[in-house]
Write a protein that binds this ligand. Structure first.
Ligand code: G6P
Length: 605
């Protein structure tokens, strides 16, 4: 999703802007641009479609000078990925970069056109530049012009304004979309996240919703939604935690998959001490009557797995929903219930809005987030870090398994609080959880087998994934990963639903990937496999050694999963889902870390 950077510095700023944009690349984008004000006050911009290298090439041939500038990576919402639609947008003496959606832009645009102003792009953002430029032309000073424009905007935005003739001024604003101000020594910065600002400063102020700020090299004056000047805290961020480095791997995703045994170990060490689960105060499940789990994409699927755990282990009714449906459905929520928002970025617009709705209706809100400084972490009553470390690949891997691990711990805590597990039974489940990092390490050895299978998968038009129980959402995640990374159509189904539709698709060209540990439901899944094979379907069976010994007759291939892990096997089965998608994408030559059209952090609805 769009990334923003702004610098009031003491050096040539355009290389710094491009460097910072590179750190925002992981969010996903299709064009980029920068604007600077040079020392004589001249405002100018360069934009380019495609990867950042196109913009930096452009800057080599047509340099931009100046110590003040703004930059942007664009993920298209309104208007195709063209140079004219790329940011910064400029009108007269102002240039603007934006992340979000200006919902009333059509109305504003019509007004501007009626006033004789001609838009140059199809974007919603340009209206902000047009409005501000119009006010400046009418005689308002830059800050007042920006404020007057801001007052007209509906929707979600993080915005940075740069002005002709102003070498030491920037106006920034946020509503809905994230924005961080960085404090340097005689320099000021602004960015979509602290990652972009990490090379410049570790002192960060997060703007609150509705805030705007006037930046000069001397500092930031921050104003709330009512225009009152306010103080917002400066936080020291751990710059080391924002290191972006492939660590010798070909792709970030390969690195992030391989990190899972370590980061899951970190999660376990953080939340489990001996035979005790240690959670922040206020997380006592004794009198909770229901839980709503909400997220988007992979985070939603982590919640879907957890529904099985909360219900089976704790006897706690649990609803799972995608945030975009939950937020508008106006679901009736019990005042004794809890709401758990799951989000890697902690900034996903729909999840944030779902959390806002829930806050007014439930006893407690919990945010399960990987980015501890995010909006969801700040807005939830209790924030639980998922401790995956920075995840750069757009397609989530380690963030998913870390979410699963924290959710497993919560489900065990709920079961213990509610008397469904005594101390001994809890200790048994905790031992299963503690075995997971070692088992994950074994599962990582499947990479080469998955690579070999990817030759076969990469030829397919359609792939089916089947699973039962808590492995059903993992099948959904497998299909999602394959779609995202390799652009092959894939669907996940509950194995028992095979007969109710997807069986019509089966022929010898449709690979069917079956997730079936040797558990109480194994024989039922084997029957479903027989139904596929009777129709010449080609099965890849993922099971433990016992399952493979008893159920692999007639299958196309097997992947031998480690046995163990008790109820928490979904965490293990995530690994081959990731590797199959990863290697198939590599075989097809797609952009593994930044798949087309996708964004890491979806800050618009
Ligand atoms: C995007 C990403 C997914 C992610 C989803 C939810 O679609 O590409 O990888 O699962 O957003 O993001 P969140 O940050 O809320 O977990």
């Amino acid at each position: 999703m769009c990334g923003i950077i702004g610098i009031l510095g003491n050096h040539e700023v355009s290389p710094q802007l491009v460097d910072a944009l590179r750190r925002l690349e992981y969010r996903g984008y299709d064009s980029a641009g920068v604007a600077t004000v040079d020392d004589r006050g001249r405002l100018d911009r360069r934009r380019a479609v495609g990867k950042l290298v196109n913009l930096s090439d452009r800057l080599v041939h047509e340099p931009l000078r100046g110590h003040a500038g703004i930059g942007h990576t664009r993920w298209a919402t309104h208007g195709a990925a063209t140079e004219a639609n790329a940011h910064p947008h400029r009108h007269g003496r102002v240039a603007v970069v934006h992340n979000g959606i200006i919902e009333n832009f059509r109305e504003l645009r019509d007004e501007l056109i009626a006033a004789g102003i001609r838009p140059q792009s199809q974007t919603d953002t340009e209206t902000v530049a047009l409005l501000t430029g119009q006010h400046m032309d009418a005689g308002l000073p830059p800050v007042e012009a920006a404020r007057t424009a801001l007052a007209r905007l509906q929707g979600a935005f993080a915005l940075a304004f740069l002005f002709e003739g102003e070498t030491d001024l920037m106006v920034v604003a946020r509503k809905g979309s994230p924005l961080a101000i960085g404090h340097g020594d005689g320099e000021m910065f602004v960015g979509s996240d602290a990652v972009a600002l990490a090379p410049f400063t570790d002192r960060i102020t997060y703007l609150e919703d509705g805030d705007h700020a006037v930046l000069t090299r001397a500092g930031a004056l921050i104003y709330d939604r009512d225009g009152h000047q306010v103080g917002r805290p400066q936080n020291r961020i751990d710059v080391g935690a924002t290191a972006i480095d492939k660590g010798g791997y070909r792709h970030f995703m390969a690195k992030e998959i391989a990190e899972q045994p370590v980061v899951i170990g970190d999660v376990l060490n953080h939340y489990i001490k001996g035979d005790r689960i240690v959670l922040p105060e206020g997380l006592d499940f004794t009198s909770v009557d229901r839980i709503s789990l909400v997220g988007c994409g992979t985070a939603h699927l982590a919640g879907h797995v957890a529904k099985y755990w909360f219900e089976q282990l704790a006897g706690l009714p649990c609803d799972i929903d995608v945030a975009s449906e939950f937020r508008y459905r106006e679901p009736p929520l019990s005042p004794e219930s809890w709401f758990i928002a799951i989000s890697q970025s902690g900034e996903t617009a729909d999840t944030l809005a779902a959390l806002d709705y829930a806050r007014a209706h439930v006893a407690r809100t919990v945010g399960l987030v990987n980015v501890g400084t995010s909006a969801i972490a700040r807005d939830a009553d209790i924030a639980l870090p998922t401790l995956a470390g920075i995840e750069v690949s757009v397609a989530s891997s380690k963030a998913f398994t870390c979410q699963l691990t924290v959710l497993a711990i919560l489900a065990l805590k709920a079961a213990h609080d509610r008397g469904r597990l005594d101390d001994a039974a809890l200790a048994g489940h905790l031992a299963d959880l503690r075995s997971i990092p070692g088992l994950l390490q074994q599962a990582l050895n499947l990479s080469e087998d998955c690579r070999a299978l990817s030759e076969w998968l990469s030829q397919a038009q359609d792939v089916l994934y089947l699973g039962r129980g808590a492995l059903f959402p993992v099948a959904l995640e497998g299909a999602l990963k394959l779609k995202e990374l390799s652009y092959i159509h894939a669907e996940g189904y509950a194995s028992g639903e095979l007969k109710h539709g997807p069986i019509a698709l089966i022929d010898r060209d449709v690979p069917v990937i079956v997730l079936a540990p040797h558990d109480g439901l194994f024989d039922k899944t084997i029957s479903n496999m027989q139904e596929v094979m009777a129709r010449h379907g080609q099965i890849l069976l993922l099971s433990d050694p016992e399952g493979i010994a008893s159920g692999s007759d007639g299958v196309h291939a097997t992947l031998r999963m480690p046995a163990g892990g008790g109820l928490f096997q979904p965490i293990l089965y995530a690994i081959p889902m990731q590797y199959l998608a990863y290697h198939t994408a590599v075989a097809k030559g797609t952009d593994v870390d930044q798949p087309r059209n996708l964004a890491k952090s979806v800050t618009v609805e």
